[in-house]
Ligand binder design. Structure first.
Ligand code: SF4
Length: 549
């Protein structure tokens, strides 16, 4: 049955006619803040030439500050946090005092699609230029740390030789396009979105028509009935559905995003066939560029425009001003049959072979391990590997006879195919180790938490998500976790400030998506974390009602 556009749950906010919100479509071309100014001064994509010809030759001190803390993001580069600065200083120090002379570099892996050749190069770059670091992020990317500006051109050469790129991996740009990691192979797939994703990349990446957006723009496309791309928290998302008359296609969502003003995306009630996805994507992206708010950075994501316009107006503007045609009404996606959407474990492909999903700890791997994963994928599969939005990985195309030895090989690298719910469901952002915004440590804490919970609750077998953030931002999606932990300084028993977390409980994605509730006043120190989570989970086990998550 065709559905009508979903009404936004967020009350519409009246836009001041006098000050405006800095939208280009309303004629506001004068930059209204520093970010808009540096973007107007020079396109972020142009910084590449300066990196290649000046900064990499003359070194860190030659970098223009507007490039260093602004435009270099257009090529996936952020300065990392100077080691040894505690979280209490994050908010009080100037940016330059927090800046290390090394960079974080993000490699975009659209759709999480990798060949073993690419994975080997990622591993080699990690070992040669990034002190072995290579984290799998919750948007299917890989992130390096310890990158020197002198090495950046050579890293680009290596990555680009195998079809990888860092272009618009950060910045006010179309970021990595998330895709189902099992696109084209899953037995239960509704529609394979790969051709649409490839066309979207072709149209948008490196295109100066889309390199000055109000803020970042996140995209997700999946034809999997598992809804495996966190579509609810993307600026635009296409989710596989079967239309009763027109067949397989996609349901269109817009305006999701977390961070400090979290909002779930809304459906526009429109069904989009595979071949029209790139046009609709470009239409939504163009609305954001033209109508998105540019005055205040903290109101610049698409979610604020969608909240003000509502789904009905957004769809009308998209149809009338950008597509020049009406979209077909369409159905909502169906409830997935399982709660885990990460593809971990051994699963049959539609061609009779298998894919094997495995769980590193909180996305932390390293160059050596990635190279060994490439070896295993080549020995047991066809050389295709995927990353997931849960900081997990998958090896595709494994014949039945090879499954057991692959599983053994992965387990010997501590990459378990049958993880505990805690290993499987715990994610952590970068945290204080490298992130300049962080207040607390997350990766090592998350890893130790997994060990503790496995020891204390060996029989717990419920899907559970525990997400750790190092600050009030939402890189590890705390608001949509069962247990979301927002890093901040808290007082311990002795009244001293120590690292800890504000607790959010009961968030979820999927068709029962909702934002977790901030448990008022409930803050735990990092040390107390295993005790607290054990108490919550034991109580949940004791008091839960039938079917309750
Ligand atoms: Fe950094 Fe905060 Fe994002 Fe963690 S959530 S990576 S600490 S900005």
């Amino acid at each position: 049955m065709a559905a009508s556009p979903q009404k936004s749950a967020v009350p519409r906010r009246k836009v001041s006619r006098h000050r405006g919100e800095g939208q280009w479509a309303a004629g506001h071309f004068t930059p209204l803040n520093g970010n808009e100014q540096f973007k107007k001064d020079d396109d972020g994509l142009n910084v590449r030439t300066r990196i290649e010809t000046i900064y990499s030759q003359r070194g860190f001190d030659s970098i223009d500050p507007n490039d260093l803390r602004g435009r270099m993001r257009w090529w996936g580069l952020y300065t990392q946090r100077k080691p040894g600065i505690d979280g209490g200083k994050t908010a009080v120090l100037e940016a330059e005092e927090l800046d290390d002379r090394y960079f974080m570099m993000r490699v975009r892996i659209d759709g999480g699609r990798l060949t073993t050749r690419q994975l080997r190069v990622i591993g080699e770059v990690s070992q040669e230029f990034a002190r072995g670091t290579a984290d799998i992020t919750d948007r299917q990317n890989v992130q390096y740390h310890w990158i020197r500006i002198e090495d950046v051109p050579e890293i680009w050469n290596r990555l680009e030789a195998v079809g990888l790129s860092t272009v618009t991996a950060c910045g006010d740009t179309p970021r990595v396009m998330i895709g189902s990691p099992v696109a084209g192979i899953a037995e239960d797939e509704i529609v394979d979105a790969t051709p649409a994703l490839e066309e979207m990349k072709r149209r948008v990446l490196g295109n100066k028509a889309y390199s000055n957006l109000p803020r970042k723009f996140k995209t997700a496309v999946s034809g999997s009935p598992l809804l495996d791309v966190v579509h609810e928290i993307n600026d635009v998302a296409f989710v596989g559905v079967r239309h009763p008359e027109h067949g397989p296609g996609f349901d269109l969502w817009v305006g999701g995003g977390l961070s400090t003003n979290p909002r779930l995306g809304v459906r526009l009630g429109a069904w989009v066939p595979l071949e029209e996805v790139p046009d609709v994507y470009e239409g939504v992206l163009s609305i954001f560029r033209d109508h998105g708010y540019r005055r205040l950075r903290n109101r610049a994501r698409l979610k604020f425009l969608v909240a003000d316009w509502g789904a009905e107006k957004f769809r009308r503007v998209l149809e009338e001003e950008y597509l020049g045609r009406a979209l077909v009404d369409g159905p909502a996606p169906e409830q997935p049959v399982q709660q885990w959407r990460d593809h971990v474990g051994v699963h049959r492909q539609r061609d009779g072979r298998y894919y094997v999903g495995f769980a590193p700890r909180v996305g932390r791997v390293d160059g050596t391990t990635l190279t060994k994963i490439a070896d295993l994928a080549e020995a047991h599969g066809s050389g295709r590997v995927r990353t997931t939005v849960e900081q997990k990985m998958i090896i595709l195309d494994v014949p039945e006879t090879q499954v057991n030895s692959l599983v053994e090989g992965l387990e010997s690298l501590d990459l378990t195919v049958r993880p505990s719910p805690f290993r499987r469901g715990t994610m952590a952002c970068t945290g204080i180790e490298y992130c300049k915004l962080a207040i607390v440590e997350t990766k090592a804490r998350g890893s130790r938490l997994i060990d503790e919970l496995e020891r204390r609750l060996p029989d717990f077998d419920e899907p559970i998500t525990i997400n750790l953030n190092g600050c009030p931002n939402a890189c590890a999606r705390i608001q949509v976790a069962d247990i979301g932990l927002k890093g901040q300084l808290v007082l311990d028993d002795k009244g001293e400030q120590v690292e800890g977390f504000q607790v959010h409980l009961g968030g979820a994605l999927g068709l029962q998506a909702g934002l977790g509730r901030k448990v008022r006043g409930l803050k735990v120190t990092s040390e107390e974390l295993p005790d607290y989570i054990e108490r919550v989970l034991r109580r949940f086990q004791a008091e839960r009602e039938e079917g309750e998550r």
